[in-house]
Write a protein that binds this ligand. Structure first.
Ligand SMILES: [Fe+2]
Ligand SMILES: [Fe+2]
Length: 263
């Protein structure tokens, strides 16, 4: 199966199960002989219960002190599951949008998609374990809104890996801590796994930032100049800044210092 067919199947799947699609011959059997022309962003397929909800219908994200209440835990996990779903779709679309990107970039995206599929599965199962279903609550299009502006792979990694996913280096341990403290060990363990995987995902962004931005003044300047609509750098961090996780991801000291100083 071709990478572009794999990506299309996922992006336009109109069932949740379709978002977990894996090629019959396994990921290693995927080929990339005919990536086709660059494809513009178009709305992903969704089952009716996961259609983007109008703003007024969305539920408030719970206070972290209330995560011991299963109803509130479901609200938080539902939001996180939606982030995974949007990540899968953004990554699948990147395979269609950047047919000329280096083979290592495209193969790397496939590995990221497989991780995000695993994350989405974990969240969906945990939500089910708490007596609800992914799709019970309205979902937003937070990550998807900037997609039309991501005209290059560099802009894509700056939005996806280096903003949304970088922020998770702070958010995942934060919520893991709160779930654990309030006795929800199962949800806390999911946050632990996702935190470790996210280091690799930010690492993917860090590697391509240094490759694509090799001629730029600094990696942080390159990052700033490739951010697009609604992606301010402050969105790439949480309140408790984890410098060590960023070092493990391979971001350079100057980049980390500049991120730490943002307020
Ligand atoms: Fe993820
Ligand atoms: Fe990720």
């Amino acid at each position: 199966m071709e990478l572009s067919d794999f990506a299309e199947r996922i992006l336009f799947a109109d069932s949740l199960e379709g978002k977990f699609f894996r090629p019959p011959g396994g990921l290693s059997g995927l080929t990339d002989r005919d990536p086709g022309p660059p494809r513009q962003w178009s709305e992903p397929g969704r089952p009716a219960e996961l259609a983007i909800a109008p703003r007024g219908e969305r539920v408030k994200f719970p206070h972290p002190e209330n995560l011991g209440d299963p109803v509130m835990a479901v609200r938080a996990l539902h939001t996180f599951a939606n982030h995974e779903l949007m990540a899968i779709e953004m990554m699948a679309w990147a395979l269609l949008a950047y047919p000329d990107a280096p083979a290592a970039f495209r193969v790397g995206l496939v590995r990221l998609i497989a991780d995000e599929q695993r994350h989405l599965r974990m969240y969906a199962e945990r939500i089910a374990g708490l007596g609800a279903r992914f799709g019970d609550l309205p979902v937003n299009d937070h990550f998807l809104r900037c997609a039309p502006e991501l005209t290059t792979p560099l802009k894509w990694i700056c939005a996806m890996n280096l903003t949304f996913e970088q922020a998770n280096l702070d958010h995942a341990p934060f919520f893991g801590h709160h779930f654990r403290r309030q006795g929800d060990e199962a949800s806390a363990e999911i946050m632990d796994i996702i935190f470790e995987d996210e280091i690799h995902h930010v690492g993917f962004g860090a590697r391509w930032l240094s490759k694509y931005g090799a001629d730029g003044p600094s990696s942080f300047e390159t990052y700033l100049s490739n951010l697009t609509f609604h992606n301010e750098p402050i969105r790439a961090r949480g309140e408790e800044f984890d410098a060590e996780a960023r070092r493990r991801a391979g971001l350079d000291d100057e980049f980390i210092r500049a991120m730490a100083e943002l307020s």
